[in-house]
Ligand binder design. Structure first.
Ligand code: C2E
Ligand code: CA
Ligand code: CA
Ligand code: CA
Length: 278
C-alpha cells in the first residue's frame, strides 16, 4: 500500500489544493474572456472528394489568454461546460461563425456551409432552435448554410434528442454526428434520428493505411452512410494515401491537415475562397 512504498499522502495535499485553485482561477478568467474579447475562431476547410471543391468550413474556438497564451479548447471547453459558461460562449461562436459566412456570401464568394460544434449543455437548451432561428434571421443567413455538429453521447436521452433534432431540422439547418464511431450509438438510433451526416472520427482515419481494422471500420461506416442516405465526412486526413483510400470508399467529403490546418478567417478567404485552388 501507499505507506509501504514510502508515499506520504500529506505531501500531495498542497498540490491538490493548487490544482483546484488554479482551476477556479481559470474559471474566473473564462468568465471575463467574452467581454474582454479574448476568443477568436479558426476555420478549417471541408472538401468534396468527387469534385475537389470546397464545400464547407468548420469553426474551431480559440482562447488567447493574456498570461497563459493560447489555451486549447480541450482544456477550457470542459470547464465552460461544467460551470455553464458554455452557453454564452457557444452563442458567441454561433453568431460569429454565421456572421462570417454571411459576410463572405455578400462579398460574392460561392456559398459554403459553416459547421459549428455544440456541447451537451447547449444542445439541451429548451429553446435552442428558436434561439438559433433568431440569430440567423438577424444575420440574414439561410439556415441551409449552417451545420451543427453534435456527438453520439448527446443523444443518450433518445426522446429529448429526437425532439431537439426535429426542431432543428424544421428550422432548416444541417445536423452532423461528430467523432462518429467513438461513442455510444446503435443502428436503431441512426435509422431514427433526423440527422444528415456522419463525421468519421480522426482516430480511425489516422491509421487507415497501417491498420486493417481501421480500414474496415472506415469502409463500413462509409457504406452504411450510403445505404442510410447520409453524407459522410472523414476527419483528420493528413496524406494523399488516406485520401485515395477514402475516394475508393466513395466517402463524400474530407477535412484535415492535408488540405489545411484550422486558420484565421483572413487567411481562409485568401487561400480558399478565391477561384478554384484544388
Ligand atoms: P473536433 O470537433 O473533433 O475538431 C477537430 C479537431 O481536430 C480540431 O482540434 C482540429 O484542429 C483537429 N484536426 C483537424 N484536422 C486534423 C488533422 O489532420 N490531424 C490532426 N492531428 N488533428 C486535426 P481543436 O481545434 O483543438 O479542437 C478540439 C476539440 O475542441 C474539437 O474537436 C471540439 O470537440 C472542441 N471544440 C472546438 N471548438 C469548439 C466550439 O466552438 N464549441 C464546442 N462546444 N467545442 C469546440
Ligand atoms: Ca467537430
Ligand atoms: Ca470531430
Ligand atoms: Ca474529436
Amino acid at each position: 500500500d501507499a505507506k509501504e512504498q514510502g508515499v506520504d499522502i500529506r505531501r500531495y495535499v498542497p498540490f491538490i489544493q493548487m490544482k483546484a485553485k488554479e482551476r477556479l482561477k481559470l474559471e474566473n478568467d473564462l468568465r471575463r474572456a467574452l467581454e474582454r474579447e479574448e476568443f477568436f475562431l479558426l476555420y478549417q476547410p471541408q472538401v468534396q472528394l468527387a469534385t475537389k471543391e470546397l464545400v464547407g468550413m468548420e469553426a474551431l474556438l480559440r482562447w488567447q489568454h493574456p498570461k497563459r497564451g493560447l489555451v486549447s479548447p480541450a482544456e477550457f471547453i470542459p470547464i465552460a461546460e461544467e460551470c455553464g459558461l458554455i452557453v454564452p460562449i457557444g452563442d458567441w461562436v454561433l453568431r460569429t461563425a454565421c456572421r462570417q459566412n454571411k459576410e463572405w456570401q455578400l462579398a460574392g464568394y460561392r456559398p459554403i456551409c459553416v459547421s459549428v460544434n455544440l456541447s451537451m449543455r447547449q444542445f439541451l437548451q429548451p429553446n435552442l432552435a428558436g434561439k438559433i432561428g433568431g440569430f440567423l434571421k438577424r444575420i440574414g443567413l439561410d439556415p441551409r448554410y449552417v451545420d451543427l455538429e453534435i456527438t453520439e453521447s448527446m443523444t443518450m436521452d433518445k426522446e429529448k434528442a429526437f425532439e431537439q433534432l426535429t426542431r432543428l431540422k424544421e428550422l432548416g439547418v444541417y445536423i452532423s454526428i461528430d467523432d462518429f464511431g467513438t461513442g455510444y450509438s446503435s443502428l436503431h438510433y441512426l435509422k431514427n434520428m433526423p440527422i444528415d451526416r456522419l463525421k468519421i472520427d480522426r482516430s480511425f482515419v489516422a491509421e487507415v493505411m497501417e491498420d486493417s481494422n481501421n480500414a474496415a471500420i472506415v469502409s463500413t461506416i462509409t457504406s452504411m452512410a450510403h445505404h442510410l442516405k447520409l453524407k459522410v465526412t472523414a476527419e483528420g486526413v493528413e496524406n494523399e494515401e488516406q485520401l485515395q483510400f477514402l475516394r475508393q470508399q466513395r466517402c463524400h467529403e474530407a477535412q484535415g491537415y492535408f488540405f489545411s490546418k484550422p486558420i484565421r478567417a483572413q487567411e481562409f478567404e485568401r487561400l480558399f475562397l478565391k477561384p478554384t485552388i484544388f
